[in-house]
Design a protein around this ligand. Structure first.
Ligand SMILES: Cc1cc2nc3c(=O)[nH]c(=O)nc-3n(C[C@H](O)[C@H](O)[C@H](O)COP(=O)(O)OP(=O)(O)OC[C@H]3O[C@@H](n4cnc5c(N)ncnc54)[C@H](O)[C@@H]3O)c2cc1C
Length: 448
């Protein structure tokens, strides 16, 4: 039976929740409420924020929210969720401990940030491939995918997860792994927040000694040649080379337009320069900054919030980085309206995971592609649709989308994120573990 949420008066919700989760329930006007409700996409206005510090408190919060007939939203690092506009927001930011075990296994609280994880693992000479941004949270990224600085070397973050502690829709606590609750474990590694609240993840870390990396910048004079040289390097290089190529529009005077390569290799600087030679020898190179790096230095401070544009475009996995795709990307980036094109190298370990091993099925991808036109905030739907049709000319070379970079929602979008058999399996797991459809994240999967 599906749970039907009915709005109750705020004071009665707050006093009831405060009794159920004492000391951890915050209403409008408190700094804890403001901290919880404000995410990358802006501030929301939930009825209350609950900030548990233990798994038992998360379970109590789930039971209390259900009994108060309130929809539940969950945030870990706040970089993926839409602002919560109703119900109870369970903010996991206080569940953020990081513990290193034998065999380079690491348990992290869902509310930790990946920058904190990198810092905590550095003295052990370890790292976990996650993303490229310090302040992104463990929970959202590790339930959605995780395209990080060692994706070609070790796979997605979801491929490194060994165990997940989850609070389910009935307020029970289970540990999902390949051996225990295997269907739930499968679904959680790419199916997002549809199946429960993940409180802790145990992941396989890897040695990150001997890394080199940095940046190479180019002017705009030969974007096509840069794209093609990057592709040729990417498809022929060892798994230890990871890179992202962004063709940036001129947004600010201090950020010149043109391709920018960010790169990391576990190896020597000589080897890195040899691998990158076809790019480094291009006449449009304006700046080269390569040398030894710590894994954590590869993660950067992201923008404080979503820039005030209407983003039109999309993303997708690219099975073949063809000349046609690159020509379409070059055309898109040449628009007078600022347009950002990004290519991230995949293949390697990412592609050695079977398509049905996790919900992220497009494992034959050589690269991940994003194209976004930065339209004025007041762009109409009609104008956006015309631009979308143009950019679809480049996106047609992709298959499948990455949920964590997709901020349009609904069944039609889910059908682009998951192939039909994956989507059907996700809905079956949803029906098993959350038959009342208590958890309704932005990419909401209804039960089968
Ligand atoms: C600046 C920036 C840089 C990024 N860089 C990368 C990158 O390099 N690689 C990459 O792969 N992705 C990247 N992302 C995308 C990122 O993976 C997603 O936005 C991810 O959802 C963020 O996780 P979070 O915990 O910070 O987000 P949150 O907003 O806290 O969570 C997002 C959603 O996940 C669900 N959720 C979160 N935590 C839990 C939990 N513990 N239990 C159940 N459900 C939960 C909820 O439904 C929530 O709405 C980036 C995003 C931004 C904004």
């Amino acid at each position: 039976m599906t749970v039907v949420f009915v709005r109750l008066p705020l004071m009665s919700i707050l006093s009831d929740l405060s009794e159920r989760v004492p000391g951890r329930t915050f209403g409008p006007g408190s700094p804890e409420y403001d901290g919880g409700r404000t995410v990358f996409y802006g501030p929301g206005d939930p009825e209350a924020v609950i900030r548990p510090t233990t798994t038992a408190e998360v379970a109590a919060a789930v039971r209390a929210a259900i009994e108060a007939n309130q929809p539940i939203s969950v945030r870990s690092g706040g970089h993926g969720s839409m602002p919560t506009t109703e119900g109870i927001l369970i903010d996991l930011s206080a569940i953020n401990e990081i513990a290193v075990h034998d065999g380079a296994l690491v348990t992290v609280g869902a509310g930790a940030h990946w920058g904190d994880v990198a810092t905590a693992l550095a003295p052990h000479g370890l790292g976990i491939s996650s993303g490229d941004t310090l302040s992104v949270g463990v929970g959202g990224l590790a339930l959605g995918g995780g395209i990080g600085w060692q994706v070609r070397t070790h796979g997605l973050t979801v491929d490194l997860v060994r165990e997940i502690e989850v609070v389910t829709a009935d307020g029970a606590v289970v540990t999902a792994s390949a051996e225990s609750h295997p269907d739930l474990f499968w679904a959680l590694r790419g199916g997002g927040g549809n199946f429960g609240i993940a409180t802790r993840f145990t992941l396989q870390a890897s040695p990150v000694d001997g890394m080199v990396g940095g940046h190479v910048s180019f002017d705009q004079s030969e974007v096509g040649a840069v794209l093609r040289a990057w592709r040729d390097i990417t498809v022929s290089s060892p798994d230890e080379l990871n890179s992202t190529l962004v063709v940036m529009p001129a947004l600010m005077p201090e950020m010149p337009a043109g391709p920018q390569l960010a790169v990391a290799l576990q190896g020597t600087e000589d080897e890195l320069r040899r691998l990158l030679e076809p790019l480094l020898s291009l006449p449009s190179v304006t700046d080269v900054s390569l040398g030894p790096v710590q894994y954590g230095e590869l993660l950067e401070e992201g923008p404080p919030g979503r820039p005030p544009f209407r983003f039109v475009g999309g993303n997708g996995f690219v099975p073949d980085v063809s000349d046609e795709l690159l020509a379409a990307a070059e055309r898109a980036s040449a628009s007078e309206v600022p347009t950002m094109v990004m290519l991230r190298a995949l293949g390697g370990a990412f592609s050695r995971v079977a398509p049905d091993a996790t919900p992220i099925a497009f494992r034959d991808a050589q690269a991940f592609f994003i194209v976004n036109r930065l339209m004025p905030a007041d762009t109409t739907d009609e104008q956006a649709a015309a631009v979308q049709a143009e950019l679809d000319g480049a996106l047609r070379f992709t298959s499948g989308r990455y949920s964590n970079f997709t901020d349009t929602f609904g069944d039609a979008v889910l059908e682009t994120i998951y192939p039909p058999e994956t989507l059907a399996r996700l809905r079956r797991v949803k029906a098993e573990v959350d038959p009342g459809d208590v958890f309704r994240p932005p990419h909401h999967l209804t039960p089968a």
